[in-house]
Design a protein around this ligand. Sequence first.
Ligand SMILES: [Zn+2]
Length: 243
Amino acid sequence: MTLLKIISRQCSELINIIFPRRCLVCNRILSASEQHICTSCYMKLPFTRWHGRQGNGIERMFWARIPIHRANALLHYYGGDESRKVVLALKYNNRPQIGVEFGRIMAADLRDTDFFSDIDAIVPVPLARKRIKKRGYNQSECLAKGVSEITQIPVLKDVIKRKIDNPTQTRLTNDERKENVKGIFMINDADAIKDKHILLIDDVLTTGVTIMSCAEEIAKVASGISIMTLFVAGRHSDGAKLS
Ligand SMILES: [Zn+2]
């Protein structure tokens, strides 16, 4: 180990003593090897364990809609303590590094599969400009960065724009929800994705209509689409219909 590395490690250990990093789920002080979340909470996270298996819950959701290649989600979202705290930290706590770390985990989960073999580029689902200004970052972009670090597949930003945030969906019927998000995405750089197999990345798949709307726009230009999300809402686990 070089002297520089020893000094750097001791500095980070010292910083950790003065400003201890805490688990974002249980608030326990993290050990030097733990990132954002302690081992005990990590083990309790509701992993889908799909590992990109074909015909999984979200993959089937998209089959009838667009010619999707593959889809995968790392974790279920049941609204329970652990997953809820991860989502809140990812979206609202101004800690974009959490997204990057989970992106790495999402990619590592599929490393021994052929999931990434034909993919040319990664596109994070964009946020509206107003939302980015408020939050400071796009959590899907952070996930994409982590996936790219592991897979070496490039991330393309700004190829698709979100014109507006989703209007509220809660009181709408399924058909109204789909109508509600129609046309909220617009291709900004068609040449960048033309005839490419694009991996679309989002943080949470709940109703599925938003990512579908984005995927439909990309499908007009790209040669293929695959989808990856960090969370999938529990009711889609068995391949429920898009709702
Ligand atoms: Zn913990």
